[in-house]
Design a protein around this ligand. Structure first.
Ligand code: ATM
Length: 233
């Protein structure tokens, strides 16, 4: 009863934001992708502010992670192991387990309630990191992606792309080693970049490549225009 009432209230609140120019009757699933140092976090932060200012209700989340179990999986994944290396398949299945939890318990229910989702990384990260970079076989990878997402695909994906010398200068500027890949060579980062561009060519309608070397405001303006173009009611 109370659950139903809460859902009704949330739906009513969501529909009050139709005047913002977004078709809130249909919740959309947006993802943001890119290699290290392309400015994903600050892009998402500014994009969120701008969309909130426009009265849009959405949930911000990330992968691996987003639910209690998925967050635990993230900590296993991020730490790695000095003694026992992850196999590419093991690593992929681990992030896929987190993805299944995330889609089933968070992303899908939120979309069903009418809330948009903005997700920092999703299955395209697996296509690039585990598929292209680490060689997980494509048929296996795509079939597990299909199962672990329950067939859900993003409506729109922003791929932040820039020259690796620019992104790596940003990583160096942060002064922190934030992940296993921050330690990798320029060559690995170039392969990641080319991998993302390859995946963007596989899904040209869904994935919008944004030049991430310019000012953050400009990149976010482009993203907002694309959202408005695609999803205006
Ligand atoms: P962030 O640093 O953007 O939070 O991403 C965490 C790491 O997870 C990132 N590696 N680095 N650095 C990419 C990696 N990752 C995968 O390898 N496969 C996946 O499917 C996902 C979602 C993330």
């Amino acid at each position: 009863m109370i659950d139903n009432l809460l859902i009704k209230i949330e739906n009513a609140l969501a529909s009050t934001t139709i005047s913002s120019g977004y078709d809130m009757k249909m919740a959309r699933f947006l993802t943001v992708e890119g290699g290290e140092g392309v400015g994903k976090s600050s892009f998402i932060e500014l994009l969120s502010h701008r969309l909130r200012d426009k009265g849009m209700a959405f949930t911000l989340t990330r992968e691996p992670g987003g639910t209690r179990i998925a967050d635990e999986i993230r900590s296993v994944f991020s730490k790695g192991d000095d003694i026992e290396e992850f196999t590419p398949e093991g690593e992929f299945l681990l992030v896929s387990a987190a993805r299944a939890q995330h889609v089933f318990h968070k992303i899908r229910p939120e979309l069903e309630k009418g809330r948009w989702i903005i997700c920092d990384r999703f299955a395209d990260s697996s296509r690039v990191y585990q598929g292209i970079l680490k060689g997980v076989e494509t048929d296996f990878l795509e079939s597990v992606i299909q199962k672990s997402t329950y067939g859900l695909t993003p409506d729109l994906t922003f791929l932040l792309d820039c020259d690796v010398t620019v992104s790596q200068a940003r990583v160096a500027g942060r002064g922190l080693v934030e992940s296993r890949y921050d330690l990798a060579s320029l060559e690995v980062h170039e392969r990641l970049r080319q991998g993302y561009l390859q995946v963007s060519r596989m899904f040209p309608h869904r994935i919008q490549v944004l030049d991430a070397s310019g000012p953050r405001e400009e990149i976010v303006n482009q993203a907002i225009s694309l959202i408005e173009e695609r999803f205006h009611d």
